[in-house]
Design a binder for this molecule. Structure first.
Ligand SMILES: Cc1ncc(COP(=O)(O)O)c(C=O)c1O
Length: 371
């Protein structure tokens, strides 16, 4: 199937919607899928309501496993990327000789907040300044030494759309004995996330953006080699090896990544995200990436190269085009708004991100707005 209209069949028209870096559009039948999965078991007056709800998490983890090329057992649902990082940081045994936490200034601030709070526990936060080119692995190598406990990499930066060679960075971290955590919030669904190939220690992400899965569907992936050493401090009956044992004197970590879970989990986000991922997997993630790249190429070919904040080289290019027109920025934004296009603005530039349900007409409308 190559016809875009056909491919986008399950989705709302979405014409002019270029905010996929923020919240991808759910499939047209998302509300029905949510209603059926969440309320269906209640309406049926079924006394096995949790048995039905648990299926949402099985579907969520299975679909995500396919998306990131790894086992569902190594994935744990989380409310957000931030909570994923916090859980990971608290779970890993600390080595008093290694107290540094490393992150780039361009990373999403929420993750920096988690690391900064960890200073209260004796860690020292080191931030690679915005002026450094984090696409260059040598820059990271300069900071990665025997003092680094944990390093947070961002696969694609949200405000510049720079895509990093995560496999290379994870290797550098491993070579210096640091724990690597990769944030894929801004790439998953539009650029390949390959847990097996990258061989990082942890991946944290969410489904709200390119996976069209709505808010609340975050996750942790843990490398099986690291699992046994993980002792999460935020626990609950769902992180117990036998949640339905109900013995207050006995807690044993779940044998898989669910040890990162906690108390009663939120069913609704898992249902919406599982449904969206299953639908996108049918479309094909390869097609989604190719389509996005085609539209980015069409747009980048029409703009003054000096306005481009986001990279143009395919290996370094995330799914978003970021444009900075200087003095003409406000007028450009006004024209885009006037044309009914949906986008947002950061200090780095105007962000425009086409999904597979966007088409050449959306790009033509953006181009018409250029000064
Ligand atoms: C790269 C990146 N990481 C993390 C987040 C947010 O994560 P959370 O799920 O904690 O809100 C965003 C949100 O835009 C992001 O772009």
């Amino acid at each position: 199937m190559t016809d875009d209209t056909q491919l986008a069949e399950g989705w709302p028209p979405g014409r002019g919607y270029l905010l996929n870096h923020s919240a991808g559009l759910p499939p047209r039948d998302a509300a029905a899928a949510l209603s059926e999965g969440l309320f269906g078991p209640w309406v049926a007056s079924d006394d096995q309501v949790w048995v039905h709800w648990m299926k949402a998490f099985d579907r969520f983890r299975a679909a995500l496993g396919e998306v990131i090329n790894h086992e569902a057992a190594m994935i744990c649902p989380q409310p957000s990327v931030t909570s994923g990082l916090s859980h990971v940081l608290n779970a890993m045994p600390a080595d008093p000789r290694r107290n540094r936490l490393l992150i780039a200034e361009r990373a999403f601030p929420s993750l920096g907040f988690v690391l900064a709070i960890a200073e209260r526990r004796g860690f020292e936060l080191v931030i690679i300044p915005e002026s450094a080119n984090t696409l260059d692995p040598d820059v990271w190598e300069r900071y990665l030494d025997e003092r680094v406990h944990c390093v947070v990499f961002t696969h694609v930066h949200s405000n510049t759309s720079e895509c990093h060679d995560t496999a290379k960075l994870a290797e550098l971290a491993r070579n210096c004995g640091a724990i690597s955590v990769v944030d894929v919030a801004q790439s998953i669904g539009v650029r390949p996330v390959d847990a097996r190939r990258w061989n990082a220690d942890f991946i944290v992400g969410s489904c709200i953006k390119w996976l069209c899965g709505g808010p609340g569907a975050g996750f942790i992936w843990v490398n099986p080699e690291r699992l046994a050493a993980c002792e999460p401090t935020e626990v609950g009956w769902f992180s117990h090896s036998n949640p339905f044992e109900f013995d207050i004197h006995h807690f044993e970590y779940a044998g898989d990544a669910l040890r990162f879970w906690g108390g009663t989990p939120s069913v609704a986000p898992a249902l919406v995200a599982a449904h969206a991922m299953e639908s996108l997997l049918e479309v094909g993630l390869g097609h989604i990436e190719d389509h996005n790249r085609r539209l980015l190429k069409a747009l980048c070919g029409e703009v003054n190269p000096q306005w481009l904040v986001s990279p143009i080289a395919p290996a370094a290019q995330g799914g978003t085009v970021v444009l900075q027109l200087g003095e003409r920025q406000d007028r450009f934004a006004e024209s885009l708004r006037g044309a009914g296009l949906q986008f947002d603005v950061r200090k780095e530039g105007i962000r425009l991100s086409p999904h597979f349900y966007n088409d050449g007409q959306d790009i033509a409308r953006v181009v018409e707005c250029l000064p």
